[in-house]
Structures are given as structure tokens and as C-alpha cells.
Design a protein around this ligand. Structure first.
Ligand code: ZN
Length: 228
């Protein structure tokens, strides 16, 4: 089975994620991210329909920080309490985007919730590893896995992160594929924003010597942390 480690549900447009195509490509699990209440509602109804296939993630993206209020954190925490299958993401830090201080504040709060409720975290990190890595290093207890989507860090960052139960996912030929630990690599399309073709992505991985059975084993390993 394949796992699609990073895709989004956009607005009420759930049909954008093509289940028929996924079936055809033997994608058995999809990490699907919702970024606001409306998307979460849509994601939860999709999850009810396809509980075996969808792993729902919910969190506040660094691009959206300007509009995030205290009430949103109460909503997020309530959702985590209510749905024990809900993971956290896409959250993170992006130095190329505005309001970095607020990004950091919002990221820290969501990180704290991931610790409190022991949920996996899907991460977006662009040019902000010098802020993010020290934050992760403050975590002393065992944590559910972190997934760095479209990982853009270098060797040093990959090394620092692999000790913190980090996985790395890619949708294209990336330099990091040569130095990230092979047993921590997952596959993603980041659809629908990028519309990368899953078949093409598998080919990219094969070219760098990552066969599908390795990717499938990695997916299983990532998923073992879940209670159900
Ligand atoms: Zn994304």
C-alpha cells in the first residue's frame, strides 16, 4: 500500500481529492489537512465515509496567522479532545511570509497541544529551521512523529531532526533525498495546490533508489504510533 503523506482538503471542494484515482494507484492512506473550521467539517464527513483511508489533520497554517484568534485555539483543543483520531497540521514557520513573531506564537501553542494530546504533526518549515529546531529540542518526552512536508533543510538540519522522530516527505527530486535517512522518507503530492502526478512522483523516488516497498514500510512505521 502507498501512503500519500500530504494533501489538502480545500473549502467544500472535497471531490477535488480523487478517490477513484487513489484506488487505481494503490494509495491506501491519505494524510489530509484542513486549515479552518469549514474544511474540518468537510474532512470529518469524508473521514466518516472513508475511515480506513483518511488520516485527518487539522491546524493553523503559517500563511493564515493574521486572522487566528484565541477562540480558534479553544476550537482546536476541543476538536482534539472530541476526535482522538485527529492529528495536527499543517502548522509551522515560514520566514518568507509576513508576521513571523505571530507565526512563532501560534506554532508554539499548537506544538504544546500536540504534546498534551500526543498527536502527530505535519510541518511546514521554510527558511526557519534556526527557530524551529531549538523549539523541538525543548521537548523532553517521547513525542508522536513529526512530518516535514516538502523538506527544504540541509544535512545538518536533517541530522538534528531525525533524532526527534522526524519523517520527511517530497513530491519532486530534492537534494535532501540523498541525505535524509531512507527509513524516514514518505511520499506526498501536496494536492490540490500542486497537482503533482502520483505516478511521476513514484518514478522520481525510484530514480534515487527508493523502491515502493521501502516507502510502504516507512508508511507503516509512521502509522504505528496511532491508538487506532
Ligand atoms: Zn501543504
Amino acid at each position: 500500500m502507498f501512503l500519500e503523506a500530504h494533501a489538502h482538503i480545500k473549502g467544500k471542494n472535497a471531490e477535488k481529492f480523487s478517490f477513484l484515482e487513489a484506488e487505481k494507484l494503490q494509495i491506501k492512506r491519505v494524510f489530509l489537512n484542513a486549515q479552518n473550521e469549514e474544511e474540518l467539517e468537510c474532512l470529518l464527513s469524508l473521514y466518516q465515509e472513508f475511515p480506513e483511508m483518511i488520516v485527518p489533520f487539522f491546524g493553523f497554517h503559517p500563511f493564515d496567522v493574521e486572522k487566528i484568534k484565541q477562540a480558534d485555539f479553544f476550537f482546536l483543543e476541543d476538536a482534539l479532545k472530541t476526535y482522538d483520531f485527529l492529528q495536527i497540521g499543517e502548522i509551522g514557520l515560514d520566514k518568507t511570509k509576513p508576521f513571523f513573531d505571530k507565526q512563532e506564537e501560534i506554532f508554539k501553542k499548537q506544538l504544546a497541544l500536540s504534546l498534551k494530546y500526543q498527536r502527530a504533526v505535519s510541518l511546514h518549515c521554510v527558511k526557519a529551521f534556526s527557530t524551529l529546531i531549538p523549539l523541538l529540542k525543548t521537548i523532553k518526552t517521547a513525542h508522536a512523529p513529526f512530518l516535514f512536508h516538502a523538506f527544504s533543510g540541509g544535512i545538518m538540519e536533517a541530522k538534528a531532526l531525525q533524532n526527534r522522530s522526524a519523517y520527511f516527505s517530497f513530491s519532486k527530486k530534492a537534494k535532501a533525498l540523498s541525505f535524509v535517512p531512507k527509513e524516514r522518507i514518505l511520499l506526498e503530492t501536496d494536492s490540490p495546490s500542486r497537482y503533482a502526478s502520483f505516478t511521476e512522483i513514484v518514478k522520481v523516488y525510484e530514480e534515487v533508489g527508493l523502491d515502493s516497498s521501502l516507502l510502504q514500510n516507512n508508511a507503516k512505521a509512521f502509522l504505528t504510533f496511532r491508538k487506532k
